[in-house]
Design a protein around this ligand. Structure first.
Ligand code: ATP
Ligand code: MG
Length: 450
C-alpha cells in the first residue's frame, strides 16, 4: 500500500481525541486522494466523540463551532482549519436532498456506510492503517466507481450524488460499475429537485476534469447534463447532423471535442459546452443541401446567458462565458490594428481565452479545414505577444494626452472632448498616428481647423 503522508496538525488532532478516550480517523476524500498518490485538498477527520465531548477534548485550543448540531467542529491549528465530525448516520430522506435529521453513532463503520461511493468510504489512521469495509481500495485499483449499498436507493436519498458520481468518474478516470451507471441514467430526473447552485458547483468541477477522463464521461452521461437547470438545450445535440463539409461529427460530438480541447478553466470549458447551443435554432439549408447556421453565436450566447442564470452561476463568470460564446465565431482577421483594438476591448486574459476557445472549436472541426484556421490563430497569438511586448496604446488610459490637456487647449467639457479623445485613440490604434503628446496635439489642431 502507498505511504500516506498525514499533515502533523491532523495527526495531532487525532492524538488529542484519542488521548481523551475517544476514537478518531481521517476519512473520505483525503484517504482516496492519498491512495491515488495525489495530495489531498483537505483532511476531513471523524470521531466517536459527541460534539460536547469534542469541545471538552479541545479545551484550550482554538475551535469554531461550525455545525455542532450536525456534529461538526472546526479546529484552527498551524494556520489552517481542520473539520472534525462526530460519527453519524443520516436519518430518512423525504426530499431527495436533505436527511430529515442526523443521528450520532459510536461505530466508525456505520459512518462509513452512509457515504456515497466506496472510494469515498475509507478511513485511515497513522497507527491502525486503512479501514475499508466497503472495498474502496480494490475499486480504486480496478478504477471502478461503485455506490455504497443500493445505487437507486442512495441516489433517491440525495440526488446530488448522481452528479458527484459523474464528476468523480471524470476527475479520477473511474468507470461506474454497471448497477451504479444504470442508476445514474435511471434516476437522473431526480436532479431537478436539487438546488441549482449545488448543481452549478458540481458542473464546474466536472468540466475542469482532465480531458482524457472527461471525454468518455461526457459521452456516456450526456443525458445527465441535459437535466441540469438551463441545459435542456444540450438535449438537441446527440445525433444532430451539421450537414456541412466543415464538420465530421454530430453536434454533441463536436461540442465534446471542443470542451476537451480547451484548457481546463471554468470559463473556457463552460463556453465550449455552450458555444454552439444555438445552432439548431439558426439552421438554413442552401440549394446544394449544405446547412448553415448564420447568427448562431448570438443565439448560443442568449442560451448561455439563460442557462447560467438558471444555474445561479455568479455574475462575473457568467459574463465572461457569454462574451466568449458571443465572439467565438467572429474570425477577426489578424492585423496589428485589430490586435490593439481587441486587446483594448477584452484585456489580455479575455483575448487569450477567446483565442483558446477558437482553437478548441477548430480542433473539433473536420481535419481538412483545420490548417488555415490554426495558422490564423498562430498569427493572432504572435500579434498579441508583439502588441503586449511593445506596450502599444490600447485604450484611452494609454493615450499620451488626456482630458485635461484638451481642456487646456480650450475644448469645452462634454461630448466634443470625448469624441476628440476617441478620434485620437482610433488614429493611434490604426497606426496612423504615433502615441506622442506633440503629434497628438498637432493632429487635434489640424482636425479643428478643418
Ligand atoms: P472533494 O473534496 O475532492 O470534492 P471529497 O470526497 O472530499 O472530494 P466532500 O464533498 O469534501 O468530497 O465530502 C467529503 C466526504 O463526505 C466524501 O468523501 C464522502 O465520503 C462524504 N460525502 C460528501 N457528500 C456526500 C453525499 N452527498 N452523500 C454521501 N456522502 C457524501
Ligand atoms: Mg473534501
Amino acid at each position: 500500500m502507498r505511504e500516506i503522508a498525514m499533515p502533523a496538525a491532523a495527526a495531532a488532532i487525532l492524538e488529542r481525541l484519542e488521548g481523551a478516550g475517544h476514537e478518531a480517523w481521517a476519512v473520505g476524500g483525503c484517504v482516496r486522494d492519498s491512495l491515488l498518490g495525489l495530495v489531498p485538498k483537505d483532511w476531513d477527520l471523524c470521531t466517536s466523540a459527541r460534539p460536547e465531548e469534542m469541545e471538552r477534548a479541545f479545551s484550550g485550543w482554538q475551535v469554531i463551532p461550525t455545525g455542532l448540531r450536525h456534529g461538526t467542529l472546526t479546529v484552527r491549528l498551524e494556520g489552517q482549519n481542520w473539520e472534525v465530525t462526530t460519527y453519524r448516520t443520516d436519518g430518512t430522506y423525504t426530499d431527495c436532498r436533505h436527511p430529515d435529521g442526523v443521528s450520532f453513532v459510536r461505530e466508525v463503520e456505520e459512518d462509513l456506510s452512509r457515504r456515497d461511493f466506496t472510494v469515498n468510504a475509507m478511513a485511515w489512521h497513522p497507527r491502525r492503517g486503512l479501514l475499508d469495509p466497503m472495498g474502496g481500495q480494490a475499486d480504486l485499483e480496478k478504477r471502478v466507481l461503485r455506490c455504497v449499498g443500493d445505487p437507486a436507493r442512495r441516489f433517491g436519498e440525495d440526488a446530488l450524488r448522481i452528479l458527484r458520481g459523474v464528476r468523480f468518474a471524470a476527475c479520477y478516470r473511474l468507470s461506474p460499475a454497471p448497477e451504479t451507471a444504470a442508476a445514474i441514467h435511471g434516476q437522473r430526473e431526480l436532479l431537478r429537485r436539487v438546488a441549482p447552485e449545488r448543481c452549478c458547483a458540481e458542473l464546474r468541477r466536472l468540466l475542469c476534469a482532465p480531458a482524457e477522463g472527461l471525454e468518455p464521461v461526457l459521452r456516456e452521461f450526456w443525458d445527465v447534463l441535459t437535466i441540469l437547470p438551463g441545459l435542456d438545450c444540450l438535449g438537441e445535440m446527440p445525433g444532430y447532423d451539421q450537414a456541412n463539409p466543415h464538420h465530421h461529427l454530430d453536434l454533441r460530438g463536436h461540442t465534446i471535442r471542443a470542451v476537451v480541447s480547451v484548457p481546463a478553466k471554468e470559463a473556457l470549458r463552460l463556453a465550449a459546452l455552450l458555444h454552439d447551443s444555438g445552432k439548431p435554432a439558426c439552421r438554413t439549408v442552401d440549394e446544394e443541401g449544405v446547412a448553415h447556421f448564420y447568427g448562431h453565436a448570438k443565439e448560443s450566447a442568449r442560451r448561455a446567458e439563460a442557462a447560467l442564470r438558471r444555474l445561479r452561476c455568479e455574475n462575473a463568470l457568467r459574463r465572461r462565458v457569454v462574451e466568449l460564446v458571443e465572439l467565438h465565431d467572429l474570425w477577426v482577421p489578424p492585423t496589428l490594428p485589430s490586435a490593439r483594438r481587441w486587446l483594448g476591448r477584452l484585456g489580455e486574459q479575455g483575448l487569450r481565452d477567446l483565442l483558446a476557445l477558437e482553437r478548441g472549436d477548430t480542433l473539433a472541426h473536420a481535419p481538412a479545414c483545420r490548417p488555415p484556421r490554426l495558422e490564423r490563430l498562430d498569427r493572432w497569438e504572435a500579434l498579441l505577444e508583439r502588441v503586449l511586448e511593445e506596450r502599444d496604446c490600447l485604450s484611452l488610459r494609454d493615450l499620451a494626452v488626456n482630458g485635461n490637456d484638451l481642456l487646456a487647449l480650450g475644448y469645452p467639457p462634454g461630448p466634443d472632448l470625448g469624441a476628440a479623445l476617441g478620434f485620437l485613440l482610433g488614429e493611434v490604434v490604426e497606426g496612423r498616428l504615433e502615441n506622442r503628446r506633440d503629434s497628438l496635439l498637432a493632429a487635434l489642431e489640424a482636425r479643428r481647423s478643418r
